[in-house]
Design a protein around this ligand. Structure first.
Ligand SMILES: NC(=O)c1ccc[n+]([C@@H]2O[C@H](COP(=O)([O-])OP(=O)(O)OC[C@H]3O[C@@H](n4cnc5c(N)ncnc54)[C@H](O)[C@@H]3O)[C@@H](O)[C@H]2O)c1
Length: 443
């Protein structure tokens, strides 16, 4: 049994730490936020991730939590860095938490392997290697092992990984990190450090590209009378294409795609290359998130004084993460148009969501008296609502389905003006598109 230290008890660190405990390793997880460690010691997971509470409880004897750097490193064979790397004002990666871990490492470390799980710009490993050497910590190994889990399905994504990517400067160190994953039925792909760092950015940028691509197809579908749901089904059955990440909607959000795509764009730009495709992916997404505003305006005209219900705040179902969530942009845009905005989400604690927004206790309460509702997150519970009964409670029964989550025929039969994204069957979809009024995006 090896001992693994994790730095960062967030979505990536806590999930992968608990999964390594499930694989039989002894894991100590260090964070710098006392409330987070207190909660974990009390058996409480500080965020919503299905299956994680059970996994932590099941492996309690192999999992410890600490605020102490010394306790984390003592006797640890591997030091996994899983701290946040949020975007800075310039859109580059804020690496301060990563560097604070490196700087806080004690001098008498021995020879563990430092493993980078955080998503970092290509070249980070070389900089950290040089810093470790400069500090006389040449015996400390280094490997990159990017994390590919997705919030909402994180435990399964780790335990049933498609692959594990390990980049190392020394093959033996790469082998040691690869061996940690022995209990997984997944190929381990070993490579050099910069390539492993690039795999993570390229994979997320590719998935984001698929989303922006199908969203543009959806926008064209609305103009030419095609239905993007049918188009995606017909495309996705082609094995060269596949059906995943081909769902049209209001675009991607969350703590990974927006920042990782931006990191790649800026990494390329800072290195002298203009990555046009990735720039377009970002721009398409920024505009896509705002499309429901124009759709509501086409139905209601001026939004001043109109009441708009946003159903779902999390950037996707099965998470409480609202980092870079489309709901934030939509709420701010509707407010800017003078609308009253009421929001509801089944798991997000929305109290600090956005100033000026009303919080509803239930989806039904959000819909009551609303002039329009926007499906922002495709929470399954939204499909189960008694829509036919709820129509009477709305001041105006207009539903803009930003995730193509509801059945258009059922909604129309229940008396709603229903509009999805790229769904030609919409009574309003054939209306010619005018230029987005929101073209004042700062780029
Ligand atoms: N969230 C995901 O789905 C996901 C998936 C793959 C990769 N990643 C990457 O993993 C990294 C972490 O993401 P996250 O979503 O888990 O972030 P997070 O913000 O949820 O968690 C980061 C944690 O690190 C802690 N921290 C900060 N400084 C620390 C220090 N010096 N020592 C120990 N802990 C410290 C914070 O208190 C926080 O609890 C990022 O680089 C992200 O891009 C995230």
């Amino acid at each position: 049994m090896v001992r693994i230290a994790f730095f960062g008890a967030g979505y990536a660190g806590l999930v992968s730490g608990a999964c390594f405990a499930e694989l039989g390793h002894d894991v100590v997880i260090r964070d710098v936020v006392p409330e987070r460690i207190d909660a974990l010691r009390a058996g409480k997971v500080p965020f919503y991730e299905p299956g994680l509470d059970e996994l932590i409880a099941k492996n309690a004897e192999r999992l410890t939590f600490t605020l102490s750097m010394e306790e984390a490193v003592a006797g640890s064979d591997f030091l996994f860095v899983a701290v946040g790397t949020p975007p800075t004002a310039s859109g580059d990666a804020n690496m301060s938490a990563v560097w604070s871990v490196i700087e806080d490492l004690p001098q008498d470390l021995g020879a563990p392997i430092l493993v980078m799980k955080s998503t970092v710009p290509v070249g980070t490993g070389e900089k950290i290697r040089a810093e470790l050497d400069r500090r006389g910590l040449s015996d400390v190994g280094y490997a990159s092992c990017p994390e590919f889990l997705a919030e909402g399905t994180a435990v399964r994504d780790f335990m049933e990984s498609d692959r594990v990517v390990v980049g190392a400067f020394e093959p033996a160190q790469g082998e040691a990190v690869a061996a940690l994953h022995d209990g997984l039925d997944a190929p381990v792909v070993q490579m050099d450090v910069p390539s492993a760092e690039m795999v993570k950015l390229a994979a997320n940028a590719y998935l984001a590209t698929r989303i922006s691509f199908i969203n543009e197809i959806a926008n064209v579908c609305e103009l030419v009378g095609a239905d993007v749901e049918e188009v995606a089904r017909g495309m996705g059955l082609d094995r060269r294409i596949g059906s995943r990440y081909l769902r049209a909607g209001i675009g991607f959000g969350g703590s990974c795609f927006p920042k990782d795509v931006s990191f790649l764009k800026l990494l390329a730009g800072n290195s002298g290359y203009n990555f046009h495709l990735v720039s377009s992916v970002i721009e398409v997404n920024e505009l896509q998130i705002r499309r429901p505003v124009a759709k509501v305006q086409r139905h209601l005209g001026s939004l001043r004084g109109k009441r708009v219900a946003l159903l779902g705040l999390a950037f996707k179902p099965d998470t409480d993460d609202v980092r870079e969530a489309p709901s934030r942009v939509l709420a701010a845009r509707f407010l800017a148009e003078g609308a009253q905005v009421v929001v509801w989400d089944p798991v997000v604690d929305a109290h600090e969501f956005l100033h000026g927004v009303e919080l509803a206790k239930s989806a039904e309460a959000a819909l009551a008296g609303a002039d329009a509702a926007v499906i922002v997150t495709e929470w399954p519970v939204l499909r189960e609502l008694p829509w036919a009964d709820l129509r009477e409670t709305m001041r105006n029964p207009l539903v803009i389905d930003g995730r193509n989550h509801l059945d258009p025929d059922t909604m129309r039969a229940a008396g709603y003006a229903y509009e999805g994204m790229g769904r030609a069957t919409s009574a309003f979809a054939a209306l010619a598109e005018t230029e987005e009024p929101s073209s004042n995006l700062s780029r």
